[in-house]
Design a protein around this ligand. Structure first.
Ligand code: DX5
Ligand code: ZN
Length: 219
């Protein structure tokens, strides 16, 4: 069963409350919190995303799927762990070496939070194979991280199926989450390739009826 994680990156200022309630009514599985520090990616929405996530925590029981696009991963984990997210995903490219990747996996686990590693489009999927036995999900960026509303990079479909094959061949239990440019046109191919969690921001937020889109994406 495919799960839908709705990105709140592009939620309209002033319409946050109604949007969050409408997303909950649409039965999304997670709120996808896109945290950007203005260093790892050019946009800085760190404080805004922390306050949105804190607010969502107060008004909804839906789990938080935190996507850290930050250089200082450890500080962000300390701060966002206070919101008891279901999962914290950090970028492989934000780590200087494999020791740091392992240290961060352990740090997130110490908070009893599920661990995700994200890879940018240009990062070969093989680079994270060694960490798969220790994490819960891989977030494959199907666009360059940093902003919403971009078009899915079609080369990423092969990357998804390559990871799916490796997971199956090695009897691993790891979710494949895809993020960026996911909509009614691209969802079928990413699901066919093996993705089981779809992040969608623009495709849902631009719809008149969120539930129609969410149900369609999940099919
Ligand atoms: C981009 C973010 C994505 C994005 C969602 O850096 O990680 O989650 O906001 O993208 P769209 O709007 O294409 O669904
Ligand atoms: Zn994201």
């Amino acid at each position: 069963m495919v799960e839908i994680s709705s990105s709140i990156l592009s939620v309209k200022e002033g319409k946050e409350t109604e949007t969050f309630f409408a997303l909950e009514q649409a039965k999304v599985d997670f709120f996808h919190i896109d945290v950007m520090d203005g260093k790892f990616v050019s946009k800085n929405n760190y404080e805004k995303m922390f306050s949105y996530a804190s607010y969502i925590k107060r008004i909804s029981n839906l789990p938080l799927d935190v996507h850290l696009m930050v250089e200082n991963v450890e500080d962000a984990i300390e701060e966002f762990s206070a919101l008891e997210p279901n999962i914290i995903t950090f970028h492989y490219e934000a780590c200087k070496d494999r020791e740091e990747v392992k240290r961060i996996i352990k740090l997130i686990e110490e908070y009893h939070i599920r661990v995700g590693i994200s890879v940018k489009p240009e990062t070969p999927i093989e680079t994270i194979y060694e960490f798969l036995p220790y994490i819960h999900s891989v977030l494959i960026m199907t666009v360059e991280p940093g902003k919403g509303g971009q078009t899915l990079i079609t080369d990423m479909i092969e990357k998804i199926s390559k990871l799916k094959r490796y997971i199956n061949e090695n009897d691993l239990e790891v979710d494949i989450e895809v993020d960026g440019g996911i909509n009614l046109r691209t969802a079928p191919e990413v699901k066919k390739a093996g993705a089981n969690i779809l992040v969608a921001g623009t495709a849902i937020l631009m719809a008149k009826d969120y539930k129609v889109i969410v149900d369609e994406l999940r099919k």
